[in-house]
Ligand binder design. Structure first.
Ligand code: PSU
Ligand code: MN
Length: 306
């Protein structure tokens, strides 16, 4: 284990014994949802992973250490911390480690930590990607470059259309990142199951996904894999209505002059306000669904690499 990492005894034991472990991110806790729903979600995710027989490892930087697995006190600290907790992507990770400032990890930073710890599967809600208007703003999430280089499978519900989904998929293709659809030919659009855009390959179960991960990494093709897992039918929101809500949220962001790493948290909060909380409920449901899928995938992958 890298000396900057502090795994919990539970995570360390599972990794040493080759048992399935699922990484979870913390930016969605600190910056993606309000307290106390964020803490409820973080706890529910860990419970869902355990119920599938895997060990959850929520990742964050606290007291100058990369923590791999968090106790309930640390989860609460991240959930209550709000903006006093740094949002950490690849560029910010060394700053939080050197200064001791608490930080929540994005998809990119969580992938880095998971890879260092030897965790192959990571569950989250949505990926960062190419923002609408990126042709002038240049706002492209570092998550995409991380997927190009860091060998972790990210289970997500696609990306929400606060982003430019066609451009996001083009960049993933250029970077050689497989975008697998679980039981779907279409890249899901986070709150809704369809985007009209194709995934690169459809898988109908986690064993097919595990075989692809193994083939990719055995070949020395470093880099991530996206497993796109559509939101369950019962929790999905109407795509048209969400498009309107997103258009409103984007207008609000422009009006307030929001740029840089504040954009995604601002849009998530605006959407929650505009939809009267329905976007938050859907977000909680889809993340939980991804945690369950990730736990099953981690078990399938662990069985293959025994
Ligand atoms: N998308 C969501 N919810 C989130 C995020 C993205 O639907 O909470 C978070 C993830 O942590 C992701 C990050 O890695 O936002 C991307 O931020 P940026 O666009 O600043 O790279
Ligand atoms: Mn950005």
């Amino acid at each position: 284990m890298h000396h900057r990492l502090s795994p919990t005894p539970e995570v360390a034991a599972a990794l040493a014994e080759g048992r399935p472990v699922v990484a979870l991110e913390s930016t969605v806790i600190s910056h993606g949802m309000p307290y106390p729903r964020n803490l409820e979600t973080a706890t529910a995710l860990e419970d869902a992973v355990r119920a599938e027989g895997a060990v959850p490892a929520t990742i964050a930087v606290l007291d100058g250490r990369i923590r791999v697995g968090l106790d309930s006190e640390s989860l609460e600290r991240l959930a209550k911390g709000g903006t006093s907790v740094m949002k950490l992507s690849r560029r910010d990770l060394p700053v939080a480690l050197a200064t001791g400032v608490p930080g929540a990890t994005t998809v990119a930073a969580t992938m880095i930590a998971a890879r260092l710890a030897g965790i192959a599967v990571f569950a989250t809600g949505g990926l960062g990607g190419v923002h609408r208007g990126a042709e002038t703003s240049f706002d492209v999430s570092a998550d995409l470059d991380e997927l190009a280089r860091t060998s972790v499978c990210v289970v997500c519900a696609g990306a929400k259309s606060i982003l430019d989904l066609p451009k996001t998929l083009e960049m993933l293709e250029t970077r050689g990142v497989p975008v697998l659809g679980l039981g779907t030919d279409e890249f899901p659009a986070f709150y809704s199951r369809n985007s009209g855009l194709p995934v690169s390959h459809r898988c109908d179960n986690v064993h097919e996904v595990a075989a692809i991960l193994r083939a990719k990494w055995e070949l020395g093709l470093e880099g991530g894999v996206v497993l796109a897992n559509p939101i369950p039918e019962a929790d999905a929101l109407d795509g048209e209505a969400m498009e309107q809500a997103i258009a409103q949220a984007l207008k609000d962001a422009e009006h307030h002059g929001i740029t840089g790493k504040s954009v995604t948290p601002f849009l998530l909060a605006a959407l929650e306000r505009i939809t009267g909380g329905r976007s938050l409920t859907a977000n909680m449901a889809l993340i939980r669904n991804n945690a369950v899928t990730a736990a099953r995938l981690a078990a399938a992958y662990a069985a293959l690499t025994d």
